[in-house]
Design a protein around this ligand. Sequence first.
Ligand code: ADP
Length: 193
Amino acid sequence: MILIFFGPPGAGKGTQADLISKKFGIPHLSTGEILRKKLIDTDPLSKKLKDVIDSGNLVSNDILNKIVASRIAISDCNQGFILDGFPRTIVQKDFLADFFINNNLKISKIFDLRLSQKKINQRIKSRFNIEYRGDDKEEIIKTRIFKYLQETKPISDYYSLNYPQNYYLIDADQEIQMIHSDIIKIIKNCDFQ
Ligand code: ADP
């Protein structure tokens, strides 16, 4: 089962992907998490990455495509995986399409988490207070939301138009458990190869 999660910053993609990962025993590939782990290193590349992420901008497609391709190649992905934070741009979407064709993989479901602007701001503020993520500062959130609307929402719109049978819009204004059970219902109603 191969799932892709979309949604603006603060939508709870990571939380939901984690719950599904545990329930179905498939790895959760969060590009944000993978990148944040790299930031612990102090080499020049890590320093550059940190500056890009902390400014709310996107890391280069080249780096992301390499990260995702090498992560999917690890054997724990053989039974499927969850993509969270990828693809985020047209270049990444096209890369993934080619990668899937070359490796005989197919997207099972796409979950697009939607929530109001008011809730986006509330959630990110409370996350900043708990996790102290450098990119959760108020002025940086604006850049991340702008980047999402400019680069990533067109990608989820592309999937909704081109894969309508695999695409599900999820109301992410709800509580965590309600969102989770909406997703579970959809997964359980489907047969995956
Ligand atoms: P968010 O809550 O904003 O979705 P993530 O944890 O998914 O946060 O990502 C945090 C940051 O990591 C992004 O703002 C961006 O700088 C970088 N990043 C993550 N995934 C990608 C990607 N696919 N392409 C480019 N940059 C990415």
